[in-house]
Design a protein. Structure first.
Length: 609
């Protein structure tokens, strides 16, 4: 440490470099200048002293600088000075280290993880190295004292020393640094450094460790195949529930003191602001749970009792299912596969939230990915990062909506488009136009069944003529829970259940009605895993004519029925006949059908995939 201090003897800190600089109160009468303007004048003085720019150039840059834009960035943007000249001048004037960051610069992930990515981006900085409690911080504006103070408080280091670099090099290195693999051990160490300071209540020496408690919860969620973890506060603490096979089940109860610390731990992992508790926040994290890489999406929402946390466990791209693995009937898989080989057309996938629409859309895209096509997606949010597919995240805050994104994507020479959700008139019209002009488009909707999806597109404002010519397939789907193979036993349903389903027991003669009773293998739920059921309409010339004739939803439905469409209830009953799911599950998941269900002879039904 003494050697370090001697090596930097005479080198002022940023605070010392500001010695003698007038404070806002010393500036004179009137309102004190804003801190950003104060910083702009300071960096301008430094560049002026170095002879890099003239007073006129500085004034011109200040006049045209965008709100919040740094003076140096404005000067560079206007072509008055090069980035490297700004960095060299600042380093010389403040007698600070000047760093040339490039692809070969080695950064310690431990040091990088001291500062959450969101904070590094907000302040436009990057931790470089830690020496004897001194954090060397890459900055393009080392005169920003407020940033130095914020970083010191956030990281808990003894002191922060600026290192000057260019903005472009800083941002390239930061993107690379925060993409480095961060192991669970590193995350655990970083959380341990901040847990005590961030906790509101001490759980005492006998309280369970926060890190171990959350790790155990994540491990349990992975073991059960949960899709979500919910932490829900109440007056005495919080309850934790896992969504397994689409249903929430109790998993844990956190005492009041521990609940706040667990939420803080989750926010740290997702690079969220642990001090912000009044506003919603969203983030993502890459974890390692029992040697398995795991990506999660975190949403934090304030309530009267505290912050609720929803953690979505995202599937990895390598875990994507193919169409033949979704559980769809074999003829439905064949129809979708054939449709995805066509050069243009529209495929509508519909169903409520959580019905597996995105999984089916990805599986369909995977079949066409092998054909050498340019595949583009618009998603809100992007569920999984897929190598080789160009994915765009919807962000209305910066003007990227489904409509604006789709309009721009059509200029990107796409072959296949995925529109995450059709929500408005402009998106509906652009979707059918794209499908009519040489693009294969997959789009999702929120409707109860397949025929109503057509009416919904028209209601949204899609041109009926274009829709009737572009539409190839409409598929409505749900996810049903399969019977546990270990404890499923023959089932004899009661008259009330049969009446609710609109069927008679005699319809299942020769079938194998079964229902799980619960065992250790299925965590005593009687179900294990889910499969998709579907209602698929293939649009043929006769149906196109009906759509073009301005027919109502009922006429579309009658025409589709005449061509052998299976309703969702019908498909589910066939699965129950074969013993894959219970009749109680059929009633829980499927809407009332538009016509009485019937069961064809077992030999006449195609097998499921």
């Amino acid at each position: 440490m003494e050697a370090d201090e001697e090596a930097h003897a005479g080198e002022p800190t940023a605070e010392e470099a500001h010695a003698g600089e007038p404070t806002a109160e010393e500036e004179g009468a009137g309102e004190p200048p804003a801190q950003d303007e104060h910083r702009r004048r300071r960096i301008g003085e430094l560049l002026l002293s170095a002879g890099v720019v003239t007073e006129d150039a500085i004034q011109d840059a200040l006049d045209v600088a965008a709100p919040g834009e740094r003076l140096g960035a404005a000067l560079v943007r206007l072509g008055m000075v090069a980035e490297s000249e700004v960095a060299d001048a600042l380093a010389t004037q403040l007698r600070l280290e000047r760093a040339e960051l490039d692809g070969d610069t080695e950064l310690d992930p431990e040091v990088v993880s001291l500062l959450p990515m969101a904070e590094a981006e907000r302040h436009d900085v990057l931790p470089l190295r830690l020496t004897d409690g001194i954090l060397h911080l890459a900055m393009s504006d080392p005169s920003d004292v407020r940033t130095l103070d914020d970083v010191r408080l956030t990281t808990g280091v003894r002191r922060v020393r600026p290192v000057v670099t260019t903005t472009a090099a800083l941002r390239r290195s930061r993107r690379r640094a925060y993409r480095l693999p961060v192991t669970q051990d590193r995350l655990r160490q970083r959380a341990a450094r901040t847990e005590t300071a961030a906790a509101d209540v001490d759980t005492g020496p006998d309280g369970p460790p926060v890190v171990a408690r959350l790790d155990a919860l994540l491990a349990e969620a992975v073991r059960l195949g949960a899709s979500d973890i919910h932490i829900e506060p109440h007056a005495d603490g919080a309850r934790v529930r896992l969504r397994v096979d689409g249903v929430l089940r109790e998993a844990d109860a956190l005492p009041a003191g521990l609940q706040t610390r667990v939420v803080t731990r989750v926010k740290l992992l997702a690079e969220l602001d642990i001090a912000e508790r009044r506003r919603p926040q969203e983030g993502r994290a890459q974890l390692v749970v029992e040697e398995r890489p795991l990506e999660v999406r975190v949403s934090v929402m304030p309530t009267l009792q505290g912050e609720t946390v929803a953690v979505r466990l995202l599937p990895r791209a390598e875990e994507l299912l193919g169409l033949e693995e979704l559980g769809l009937q074999a003829d439905d898989v064949a129809t979708l596969t054939a449709t995805m080989t066509r050069p243009q057309g529209l495929v509508l996938i519909t169903g409520p939230t959580g019905s597996g629409k995105t999984t089916t859309a990805y599986a369909a895209l995977a079949t066409t990915d092998r054909l050498g096509r340019n595949i583009r997606t618009l998603e809100d949010p992007v569920e999984m990062h897929w190598l080789g597919i160009n994915q765009t995240q919807i962000d209305p805050r910066v003007g990227v909506t489904f409509a604006t994104g789709l309009r721009h994507l059509l200029r990107q020479d796409p072959d296949v488009l995925l529109v995450g959700e059709v929500r408005d008139q402009e998106t509906a019209q652009l979707t059918v136009e794209a499908a009519s002009t040489g693009h294969l488009v997959i789009a999702t909707l929120h409707t109860n069944d397949a025929p109503s999806a057509v009416a919904r597109m028209v209601d949204l404002g899609a041109d009926r003529f274009l829709l009737s010519n572009a539409l190839e397939v409409v598929i409505a789907q749900r996810l049903v829970r399969r019977n546990c193979p270990e404890c499923a036993a023959p089932d004899t349903p009661g008259p009330r259940l049969l009446a609710a389903l609109g069927v008679e027991l005699s319809m299942f003669t020769g079938g194998a009605l079964r229902r799980g009773s619960g065992c250790g293998s299925c965590d005593h739920t009687g179900v294990a895993g889910r499969t998709a059921i579907a209602e698929l309409i293939r649009v043929d010339p006769a149906l196109r004519a009906v759509l073009l004739s301005r027919a109502g939803e009922q006429q579309v439905l009658d025409t589709a029925r005449g061509r052998g469409i299976r309703s969702l209830r019908q498909d589910a009953l066939e699965r129950a006949y074969d013993g894959a799911i219970s009749l109680a599950e059929v009633l829980r998941v499927t809407p009332d059908p538009p016509w009485p269900p019937r069961l064809p002879p077992a030999g006449a039904r195609g097998p499921t995939s």
